[in-house]
Design a protein around this ligand. Structure first.
Ligand code: URP
Ligand code: ZN
Ligand code: ZN
Length: 460
């Protein structure tokens, strides 16, 4: 199968060019003006942007969490991703404390094999670092192509590791050529505040927010950066929400350290006022919680200054029935919200179309930087000869409205119901196949493949 995309505006990190793109099999073969290849299929992309497929490096599909499972499995979650213009996701494997990393890998392979529509990879969350786990790190990197190791500084008793384990893990991961990523919030402080609010009978979703003040995130981000500085490991903070945490990254830069930072679309465009809506606020109960307008301003600035390199989703959907598990107690509301389908269009609409970021920056933070940081570039994350043909054809002007009635995520509400968006994914090419065209899914579960990633060194 060969495809020729004609007359589009091809966008990369450093350039925007009127050009054609020729694809053969799974790869891009040529980019140039007036290409004259004879192709099986010709797509006229006049007036459209032609961009690298999105890479969302922070999703939770079919994940056991807080007594239930996130409601999108590998098929529904990756279908929704593709409809929105994301062609690759990185999901999180959670080690069960007391069990091995390989045990967890087997569980996630069981839930993902032959089910995905877009390509995917795994981060390995190390929740129990000990002598046995230490021995498995080399195999994860060298045999499995899993080169990033997630840590939690919160969720004590289930996922959290202490600083001694963190430093031990960092030393081993550095030795093996990997990266340590972190959910950076102070778990003990949060547990104290949760217990205090519950004992005072303060049980609504608002108290989820009030139990995780900004300082819990900035303190942990700074502590993580310090441990990474000490060990020299490549380091990445996931789902950064606030000015205080960003300032810790900026401080690290002053001592010539690089700590990569990821924010998520929700932290840029919605804020903590949503928790004032009684139990409806449960739709946005996530950790860390939504913040203030001043934090949004800091994060947009961080993106433009290059201190925030990635905009992800932390997609972790739960149906309303699952959210109701916490109707009498905020601490039992499953944490997470659905966004995998909307990241590309929302960031375009709120960021590019409203003049907050450039088109080139958009491609960087939605695709190219994640590919570079996580050891997949230039196979993924760019439109270049030899790269996988993961491409979106995007109408920058089409207006539409987000709704549970039209989304493809397996959730019975939308966290963005009624949101007016300017910019729409029209066609998605996934490793050389037209995967979505005009809202229609054209590939089958199993087309999406596991991507083994290369070693990383913290330089992009
Ligand atoms: O609320 C969230 N973020 N749920 C998913 C787990 C995590 O902490 O990323
Ligand atoms: Zn997290
Ligand atoms: Zn997450």
């Amino acid at each position: 199968m060969s495809i020729l995309i004609k007359n589009g505006k091809v966008v990369g990190v450093g350039e925007i060019a009127d050009a054609d793109v020729y694809i053969e099999g799974e790869s891009i073969v040529a980019i140039g003006q007036n290409l004259s290849y004879k192709a099986d299929k010709v797509i006229d992309a006049k007036g459209m942007l032609v961009m690298p497929g999105g890479i969302d490096p922070h999703v939770h599909l079919d994940m056991p969490f807080m007594g239930t499972y996130s409601s999108d499995d590998y098929t529904s979650g990756t279908s929704a991703a593709l409809h929105g213009g994301t062609t690759m996701v990185i999901d999180f494997i959670l080690q069960t404390q007391g069990k091995s990393l390989y045990h967890a890998l087997g569980e996630w392979q069981g839930r993902s094999n032959n089910k995905a529509l877009c390509d995917y990879s795994f981060h390995m969350a190390v929740t129990d670092f000990n002598d046995n786990t230490k021995k498995e790190i080399a195999d994860m990197v060298n045999k499995e192509g899993i080169t990033s190791f997630k840590t939690f500084m919160a969720y004590k008793g289930a996922l959290m590791i202490d600083d001694r384990q963190m430093v031990g893990l960092m030393n081993e991961v550095k030795k093996q050529g990997g990266m340590v990523t972190v959910h950076a919030t102070n778990g003990d402080m949060i547990d104290f505040l949760v217990a205090k609010h519950r004992s005072e009978g303060k049980l609504s979703p608002l108290y989820h927010y009030l139990s995780q003040p900004e300082i819990t995130e900035s303190e942990a981000s700074g502590r993580f950066a310090d441990m990474a500085y000490h060990t020299g490991v490549p380091a990445y903070i996931v789902h950064m929400t606030c000015e205080g945490a960003l300032n810790q990254v900026r401080d690290a830069e002053k001592r010539n350290q690089r700590v990569f930072a990821e924010t998520c679309i929700q932290y840029l465009i919605i804020d903590a006022s949503l928790y004032e809506k009684d139990f409806d606020g449960a739709k946005w109960v996530m950790s860390p919680p939504l913040r203030e307008k001043k934090d949004q301003a800091a994060l947009w600035a961080g993106i433009n200054q290059g201190s925030v390199q990635v905009v992800a989703t932390d997609h972790c959907p739960f149906k309303w029935e699952q959210k109701l598990m916490g109707k009498d107690d905020f601490s039992k509301i499953p944490n997470g919200h659905p966004a995998i389908e909307h990241r590309m269009e929302l960031l375009f609409s709120e960021g590019v179309n409203k003049g907050k970021i450039s088109l080139n920056k958009y491609v960087e933070v939605t695709s190219t930087n994640a590919a570079k940081i996580f050891g997949m570039y230039p196979k993924k994350g760019c439109i270049a000869p030899g790269a996988d043909a993961d491409i979106i054809i995007f109408d920058p002007n089409e207006e539409h409205t987000l709704s549970v009635k039209s989304h493809h995520m397996n959730v019975d509400y939308s966290a963005y119901e009624g949101w007016k968006v300017k910019g729409k994914t029209k066609t998605v090419i996934m490793r050389g196949e037209v995967a979505v065209d005009k809202n229609e899914l054209l590939i089958k579960p199993g087309y999406g493949k596991f991507v083994k990633r290369n070693k990383v060194n913290g330089i992009i």
